[in-house]
Design a protein around this ligand. Sequence first.
Ligand SMILES: [Zn+2]
Length: 910
Amino acid sequence: MKPGSVPPPVTQPLTPLHPPSRPPLGPPPVGGPPLIRPSTVTAGAPNTQSLLHSPTNQEGDATSTAGDGSVVQNSYDAIEGGGLMATPHPSAPANLKMNRNVGYSYPALPPGYQNTSPPGAPGVQASALQYPDGSKHFHQPPLGTNHLNASMGSLSLQQEGLRPVNLLQERNILPTTLLQAPVPNLHEDIQKLNCNPELFRCTLTNIPQTQALLNKAKLPLGLLLHPFKDLSQLPVVTSSTIVRCRSCRTYINPFVSFLDQRRWKCNLCYRVNDVPEEFMYNPVTRVYGEPHKRPEVQNATIEFMAPSEYMLRPPQPPVYLFVFDVSHNAIETGYLNTVCKTLLDNLDLLPGNTRTKIGFITFDSTIHFYSLQEGLSQPQMLIVSDIEVINLIKKKTPETFVLILFSNLQLIQDLLKSLPQMFTKSLETQSALGPALQAAFKLMSPTGGRISVFQTQLPSVGMGALKSREEPNQRATAKDIHLTPSTDFYKKLALDCSGQQVAVDLFLLSGQYSDLASLGCISRYSAGSVYYYQSYHHKHNPVQVEKLQKELKRYLTRKIGFEAVMRIRCTKGLSIHTFHGNFFVRSTDLLSLPNVNPDAGYAVQMSVEESLTDMQVVSFQSALLYTSSKGERRIRVHTMCLPVVTALSDVYLGADVQAITGLLANMAVDRSVSATLSDARDALVNAVIDSLSAYRSSVLSIQQPGLMAPSSLRLFPLYVLALLKQKAFQTGMNARLDERIFSMCQVKNQPLVYLMLMTHPSLYRVDNLTDEGALNINDRTIPQPPILQLSVEKLSREGAYLMDAGSVMFLWIGKSCGQSFISQVLGVPNYGSIPQNMTHLPELETAESIRTVAFISWLREQRPFFPILYVIKDDSPLKSSFLQNMIEDRTESALSYYEFLLHIQQQVNK
Ligand SMILES: [Zn+2]
């Protein structure tokens, strides 16, 4: 049988659908399970000249290379990809497929990102997912329900998710609670094992069977991941045998099928594998002979303790190197006090053990090293010029400067206490950031680890020096702005770092242009993070001090994984081609992550390379291999299962509008950088026009006036409009270049939930909070006010409103706001006496105060960064920022929501 072809089903699964009788009418399901609409024949959508979905190249000029040969192989590839079961590793899959570059006309990846697909593998196709000839123990529910579509053809169910909505008429489409991810239409026994959508999410929860069908839908197919998220519960398995498919190296998971007690069939490549003897025993139930009940087969998210075969070298110790800008400009901001103090307070909470090492470099026009050798009563400072740096590093061993924390605590504490005072008299204005980073890289190379660099200005000396490219008068135009790096120095250094398992995190604290487009590359390609504190100043901008303290504490104490790699696998026929996030693609599809942190998100684009004929479901699996701060090698695995559909209407039915928005935002950042901002903006608008046009022409049976959208996509135009008004993509006078770049960094690196919040903030009325529907958490009552639409129409002068935009919150107080709120919550006698720069709410002993403070604290606790709260009145300078977030309203340079809908309608009806 030729790979990819499918034998006729041997047995027809007969397990009934879950209730097919959802009432046809009623409110649209926000999070409820969509049902699969009976298959309908849909007419082909015309190919429009879309920027997003180019009809060209769908079947691919094979542009890339096979998995071996032209790409640099990372030795970790052998570990995560090859690996280790009791049985010998079969020779590499013989039929490595030529990769196809598919789909969207979004630009080619920057160098270093490669469009490749995981190697295909020979396999046996799924015939039926139920194997009645197996023992009763091995009965599995069918993995999908849409195989019954044909028999349901006569039932004409009106699906809620597909219910056509006339957007021009429905004024109130925003749900009053946070939108939940759609639930995939799987048998409930399967769905209950499925991966949490907070960790793993797909833009289409009904996977189109063919690329042609996907093209018709004009929606992007991709995954959004938050793979290292902090979890309250995580099953950890310690076993000498990690059971993986011999062909494609997939980890055994809840969606494999057991043919009998001794054989399991891979759900990604369909190879039949043996069940190892050890796997027959279930450590949870302590029963022998029930491999299907093992934790690996009961949990879509699981972590394995990796045996020594998963190591190329002994697990590295945690090594943290701090690089501080101590130029005059830096000292002026007063940041060093805050950072050293926060570091001192949290030294004992740094993740690690007795092997943890720590070191410091400071720099202005020269580089300063601190020799922390044991036996010294105090740290010795060595000052070298940018030219001498490399020579010094060659002469001295890194151990001179990077010290075991545990046995040198006093010395390190003394240094942190004295550092902020050491440079107070400095008049040195130059910045040798590049040479300082080169020095840091040299110190870290032998071990790997994390470099945290604090920078306050444009680097001006030595390698990596930059010139200002921001011209204030050109801010307004979308043309000619510098979104691309002006030098490849930072990217090259980042790749060197990546090769030595070093990640660089950048803290930019600056009031002036610092060319984040260039500097940010150091973090992007080394799998680091970027933090930006605009106009940081300890006196002039005190609220930033608290933000830095809180976020630095989280940064220092959060979980960290070292020398990590991540691979995403998917069922044969699907192909992963473009990755988004901070990492380097070292070989084919293996993401190199020298550090991995729990606050980073990733996205990938996919295509349907081979028709998924006769497949009921497909699966996706991410595997993250890392070294914990305690020196354990671990593998965190997430597996998601989704149904395959053949009808265009079903593709729309399963659309996850938030995931789609998130993926489009990532694609638009790439487009802005490789082409222009206007191109990216056009592509976003076209994504809405094309998908709604396709829906109108191919799914809607009756042509109706208005702008029709399936219920599942009813928020799509609103979210895209929100993206267009977001700092990353907006036009107009407001966006400073570094701010815009930072916003783009966030789009690329934040998990979907935060990306959505910064794109479409949540607005709540808070002057009338009640306990009705409140959450009760640890004896705290957290009010849950409804979410309001982002329009000034929704504001009343008598009210007070909280706008939660992710990293910033605004509390807007109406002019005629009730006296009780002003005195009981703000603690001032009247509206006039609300201070202009109020950023804290007092904790008063009133019910109103307790409710408001509880609500705001609860919102803040949900996220890894610290949103600043600004209390604003009508005459506040920040009022314009607040109004800028009123997505549905018209601004100087952007359409209102209604105008935007009219524009879309015009294009759709063309
Ligand atoms: Zn397999």
